[in-house]
Write a protein that binds this ligand. Structure first.
Ligand code: EPU
Length: 340
């Protein structure tokens, strides 16, 4: 294997968007399926602990990682075909998500614009079913190819096989089993703008745009995200640190009686999704820090590395915030990133 793609005692700081210090016993930068087959054919592969990463934007590294870290860098993107009712587009798992979204828009295949500027890779997108500004990946997903890291078997997953939920999928639940190699998207024709999210509607109205193009929506989403969310290249972070908690209707009604302005979003199953950012802000954490990790001043749902933080620092503030929210609202916050 090319030595530059197979490193021992490799620093992972540049490969996790939080910028947490950690080393991998071995780091493999995966550029081809042949490289993966060679790796899996090595003596001791079955016993080797392994971790698959994409852009590292949903990761909290608590310390050094034993075994092999596989950083997926499989490239490629193409139109597979188009019919009267959809474009079918495919990308390698290692492609940058945002670059892929903008490329589809430039090619004239709209549909992913609401998911602009989400950090990370194409392969990681279905794992946590990324979602933002009125759209979830699951709504544009056609299929993906994945390799079973235990057996080497290759499998295609259709929408029903993925078990998509809010920030969830079978790949997240069976962590470490599947390595996603390519993802296919079904972009419905004729294209329809998704502008139901209040921030998007407001940004478009503010710019005087009545019938937005997909590029207009992408630009609006980019502006909204830049205004609220820290750029990981400037200030280490993993996006939303907690999932928005979903509670039953009675719990929501009790909270609303005490806090009439609390944001809440009815779900298809009758439950209500609450805004973790709001709960955290009410608990007094917005803009506060504990050691080298802060709760971001413009969006309380995001924790930021103020400089020199390690995984334990992130865990400490996360636990303190969750404990305060639990005490105040009797709601449990669940972290969104994967802890390693
Ligand atoms: N809010 C506050 N204080 C805050 C943050 C939010 O009161 O500090 C309130 C807002 O005023 C609003 C509500 O909470 O009423 C929701 O806020 P926002 O629209 O900013 O979205 P969010 O629920 O905080 C979620 C996603 C984001 C995604 C946005 C837009 C999760 C965990 N987060 O955030 O995803 O971009 O909606 O769709 O679902 C990510 O996953 O990394 C991410 C950034």
């Amino acid at each position: 294997m090319d030595a530059a793609l197979d490193l021992r005692a490799a620093a992972l700081t540049a490969f996790n968007s939080f910028g947490l210090p950690a080393h991998a016993a071995r780091l493999v930068r995966l550029r081809s399926l042949a490289q993966l087959r060679a790796l899996m054919a090595e003596d001791g592969w079955a016993r080797t602990p392994r971790l698959v990463i994409g852009g590292g934007s949903n990761l909290v590294l608590r310390g050094d990682v034993p075994g092999t870290v596989i950083k997926v860098e499989l490239a490629g993107r193409r139109l597979l075909g188009s019919t009267a009712d959809a474009w079918l587009v495919e990308a390698g798992a290692g492609e940058s998500w945002h670059d892929f979204v903008r490329w589809t828009l430039e090619q004239g295949w709209p549909g992913l614009e609401n998911l602009s500027l989400i950090p990370g890779t194409v392969g990681a997108a279905p794992i946590q079913n990324i979602g933002a500004y009125g759209l979830e990946l699951a709504e544009r997903f056609a299929a993906l190819d994945a390799v079973d890291l235990a057996t080497g078997g290759v499998r295609e997953f259709g929408p029903a096989d993925c078990g998509f939920g809010y920030r969830d999928s079978v790949f997240k639940r069976e962590a470490g089993r599947w390595l996603v190699t390519a993802v296919r998207f079904r972009l419905p024709r004729p294209w329809q703008a998704v502008t139901r999210y209040a921030d998007v509607a407001q940004a478009l109205a503010g710019a005087g745009i009545e019938t937005p193009s997909a590029l207009d929506i992408s630009d609006a989403v980019i502006a909204i995200r830049r205004g609220k969310l820290p750029d990981p290249a400037q200030l280490g972070n993993a996006g939303s640190f907690f999932k928005n908690p979903v509670v039953d209707r009675e719990r929501c009604a009790a909270l609303l009686a005490a806090h009439p302005t609390m944001p809440h979003y009815p779900q298809a199953d009758g439950r209500e999704k609450l805004a973790a950012g709001w709960l955290i802000e009410q608990a007094g954490w917005k803009g506060r820090a504990l050691g080298p990790v802060g709760c971001y001043a413009r969006q309380a749902l995001v924790l930021v590395n103020l400089g020199g933080a390690c995984g334990a620092d992130v865990e400490r503030i996360a636990q303190a915030i969750a404990a305060d929210v639990e005490q105040r609202f009797a709601v449990q916050l669940e972290p969104e990133p994967v802890f390693v």
